[in-house]
Design a protein around this ligand. Sequence first.
Ligand SMILES: [Zn+2]
Length: 88
Amino acid sequence: MKQNKKFLRQCAICKEIKNKSDLIRLTKDYKTGKTQINQESKIQGRSVYICKNSICLGKALKNKKIESFLNLKADENIKEELYNLLKN
Ligand SMILES: [Zn+2]
């Protein structure tokens, strides 16, 4: 296995393999059940990665993919955070 492989993750939306730094990591915290943007891997839990672009983020929000991936009901906080990322 190549050493740089551990930095590559698959986008949950477009299925492209990208560098971790090009993806947004969302993690559902085991303890609180809350989903948060977890870029520095501070939270332990189930994670999904989504491209840092308006296409994949927009799809994730529209299709309620985030909810289904992480098995959560609409979490308005995380949605707002993602929408803010889209604007920037
Ligand atoms: Zn993507």
